[in-house]
Design a protein. Sequence first.
Length: 72
Amino acid sequence: MSTTSTTYSVTGMTCQHCVNSVTEELTQLPGVSKVDVFLVSGGESTVQVVSEDALDRGDVQSAVEEAGYQLV
């Protein structure tokens, strides 16, 4: 099975709780198998999402916003 890895920038995260919130929301998207967040407190954090197929950016943005943060 092939997978797609996509990297996003997210602002507003400052702590591990933020990381957990974003990870939880993104892992609920269909086909997502892994989420890695590289936290830059108060700056642009990098979020790498591994999924079965390419994700719709709007779905990713909605999930990030549901967690309380902004997709750049």
